[in-house]
Write a protein that binds this ligand. Sequence first.
Ligand code: FAD
Length: 310
Amino acid sequence: LEPLYFSGRKSKWFRPVNLNQLLYLKSKYPYAKLVSGNTEVGIETKFKKLRYNVQIFVGDIPELKTCEFKDDGLLIGANVSLSKFQEILQDALGHYELHQTQIFKSLLENLRWFAGNQIRNVATPAGNIVTGSPISDLNPIFLSSKTLFSLSSLEPSSMVATNRVISSESFWTGYRQNCCEETEILEKIFIPCSKQGQYNRAYKQAKRRDDDIAIVNAGLSVLLDDNNQVKEAAFAFGGMSWVTVRAPESEHYVLGKKWGDQNVLKGLLEKLCEEFRMKFSTPGGMATYRKSLVVGFMYKFWYDVSKSAN
Ligand code: FAD
């Protein structure tokens, strides 16, 4: 493949074919819009009338499409297509031990209901993560599994490539905002294997079962010891705020308590209701329904885990 460049009176379009070319272009044009599957950018330009005068297509860069099965997790290039991502996750189920695959299974579950085949064939995890939609179907799972994002750029003085790794817990900073600097790109995603005793599940409620965005979705994770006591908890929800959020008070409440004890379940559901107070006038509406979905997902998770842990 050859790099391509087209320019018009007002716009420039680049197609780099390796990571160095991309990082160089991003250092030269920090405001340039990266375009991958174009399923978010296309909506922005066509329906929201946003203009991006410099665009860099990142869909032909091999370094952004890699996949490695590491001892402790999956390291994937951020711009693999979602269809390819499904294949990689499916392969990972055969590669790792059963208890290590909880997070991969959650991702597969949500990818099954993510848009349709046409979109999944071009859309990418990077596009989803960087957009940071509050109803992203992947971000709750990344958040509940402490997935890591690796960002790359060129050091301005030396023009040498540098890299920093950010936890999903500190990546999103506001409505469709993140901590990526203008010259940085998302290069790789590290999805950890689940530990022995860890349970991770994904849930999504949409108006239609197929090809629809979520009203509320969730990535829920607990780590239990041999007595079913909770050692770690991470509850992430989409559709409940301006960004995918965790439920720290509910997570804290359940720590050290016994999974399976009905009083704990009751207390946990009450805590969630307290934590997700949503005004009737909230953007997106359906406040009562959305709160009841949060409780419903937790209820389902409780019994899913109880069944598997016994
Ligand atoms: P693009 O549109 O190419 O890019 C999106 C953003 O990511 C841009 O800001 C771009 O600059 C940036 N970007 C891309 N790659 C990089 C990189 N390597 N480094 C830094 N920035 C980068 N989303 C869901 O969560 N669930 C759904 O069910 C769902 N259904 C959809 C159905 C339809 C019909 C459509 C049109 C969209 C749907 N989406 C859904 C939203 C969208 O498909 C996803 O967010 C998708 O993952 C975006 O990926 P992309 O490659 O197309 O992103």
